[in-house]
Write a protein that binds this ligand. Structure first.
Ligand code: SF4
Length: 68
């Protein structure tokens, strides 16, 4: 499964700007204020780190979509 899309979901909770995602996957995430997903990233090259960041986010607001 390839990761095709990564985004910040603030529909239920808000990013607390803790910076954990950026420390796990600095090539994918930036936290200047709220988290942003960097542009032009080959998400599949960071597959494990993106999943780790999504699992580790204390408020569960990192979402990703996978395709075959
Ligand atoms: S780990 Fe979650 S709460 Fe922390 S900066 Fe990243 S998106 Fe925001």
């Amino acid at each position: 499964m390839k990761i095709s899309k990564v985004w910040l979901d603030e529909s239920t909770d808000e990013c607390t700007s803790c910076g954990l995602c950026e420390s796990i996957a600095p090539d994918v995430f930036e936290v200047p204020d709220k988290m942003i997903v960097k542009e032009n990233v080959d998400f599949d090259a960071f597959n494990a780190a993106i999943k780790d960041a999504a699992d580790s986010c204390p408020v569960g607001v990192i979402k990703f979509e996978e395709v075959d």
